[in-house]
Design a protein. Structure first.
Length: 213
């Protein structure tokens, strides 16, 4: 393998924002009469915003379904929380800058809408480090489908087999693997997390280095 690019997931890797999605979805969908359950929330955790909206609509139909409107309400709330909360994953900015200095191509591949990704990179002040930022909202399917990773590699001009993806979920690992990439599982200092689907693991970004191939 001739590693040329590193592609990052966003939620749980760049920022600790997964709780923000749960909070925003609870606030928005409850206003439409949805009764969010723990089981349902677990099922929607790694879905795209469109998939989440359709999921809850099927269970608790409300009048005048307007998916884009509902989505944007959720997205706006998530962005608001990202902007005001302390959610940056420790060490991630220096880790990415170090990769950039080593002349790796850097990508972001997320199920979250592009508007959220741009807000995250603005908060981290590392937008200029990224050669591509891509969202599953522009694909027919989100992760675990590999489309967002395949398109990211294409935008970078790098073969998928020369890319490595950094993920914190099995859904994301499955997507990157299906795209033909090597994978790193980020555990955020949790040694008990099962990462058997990944090729490598990183406990934290403060002392992390890329695997040597």
């Amino acid at each position: 393998m001739d590693l040329k690019a590193v592609i990052f997931d966003m939620d749980g890797v760049l920022v600790d924002s997964e709780g923000f999605w749960a909070k925003a979805e609870l606030e928005v969908f409850s206003s439409y009469g949805v009764q969010i359950t723990d089981d349902g929330a677990a099922q929607t955790k790694y879905m795209t915003t469109t998939e989440v909206t359709n999921f809850w609509y099927e269970k608790f139909p409300w009048d005048n379904l307007d998916v884009p409107l509902v989505e944007q309400k959720v997205v706006s709330k998530v962005i608001e929380l990202i902007q005001v909360e302390n959610c940056i994953i420790s060490g991630i900015q220096d880790f990415i800058k170090a990769l950039k200095n080593q002349e790796y191509k850097i990508g972001l591949a997320t199920n979250a809408p592009l508007r959220v990704a741009e807000a995250v990179l603005e908060k981290l002040q590392i937008r200029d480090c990224f050669d591509t930022v891509h969202s599953s909202e522009f694909e027919e399917q989100g992760k675990p489908h590999p489309a967002v990773y395949l398109t990211s590699a294409q935008q970078l001009g790098i073969l998928p087999e020369d890319c490595i993806a950094i993920e914190d979920s099995h859904s994301g690992l499955k997507a990157a693997k299906a795209a033909g990439m090597k994978t790193i599982f980020f555990t955020n200092n949790d040694n008990d997390i099962n990462f058997e689907d990944a090729d490598f693991k990183i406990l934290n970004f403060t002392s992390a280095q890329l695997p040597v191939f």
